[in-house]
Design a protein around this ligand. Sequence first.
Ligand code: MN
Ligand code: MN
Length: 298
Amino acid sequence: MRAPFTEDWSAVDIGLIGVPFDAGTTYRPGARFGPREMRNQSTFLNRIHHRSNIAPFDLCRIADLGDVWVETPFHLELAINHIAAFYKRISASGITPLTAGGDHSIALPILRGIAAGRKLGLLHIDAHADTSPGRWGSNYYHGGPFRMAVEEGLIDPMRTVQIGIRGSLPIPDLWKYSTDVGMRFIEIEDCHDMGWPNVIAEARRIVGDEPTYISFDIDSLDPAFAPGTGTPEVGGLTPIEAQMLIRGFRGLNLVGADVVEVSPPFDPTGTTALVGATIMFELLCVLADARAARGNRA
Ligand code: MN
Ligand code: MN
């Protein structure tokens, strides 16, 4: 988005951050290159939202804080700790983070960093609920960050909404944990049956006025629009459905957001990264609006 790069965090309201990490991927990797390619495609984006007229760069001081340095990418647990430490410093600096991943395992350390003793609400847009138990000897991977986030008290499952879930399952009741702990679990078919305005209205009612985080997995979109991702699932959202969904979250008490799972090696035309960067702009607009409404406090 041509935002200035800075290492001085004292004059930043919203930080654009890359997490080039995909060691939590179950199948095909590549999301480590997501931040680089989303930065590249984001040069197409401009300053003013054409529908809401939100001008995020006028409302807030926005900077690119670069990429999180992951010291030990071969050691999943330590790497997750490094990422969490970075976001603890972001939180302590009063910065609202908008992150480009990276695979979805990075959502857990982001939440560890910014929850700060609160249980955050969560709006989670994804083909997958990502509440699986540990697998292959690790609790830390892209199929389980939100289960860990509940168990660690970082998110309130009663204020969590999962939108766009679909796809064939390896075992029955793969996502049973979500509904067991009280998350609102909305499969893509239900989104269409309800109609998107009703999905938005229900999601807003569930998360309420308390602090809420948005986590956007690019595989929520149909692979026709976003093929460059590790675990594509046919039957997904169109880009405009995703854009209007995020616009519908304007006015909520939003404290951060991410776009994860953009995998440039599977994205030969760059379309997926362009869609990812565009979703980041939509998120930036609602984050800037929320932050301005709080008097520019994190
Ligand atoms: Mn995911
Ligand atoms: Mn997914």
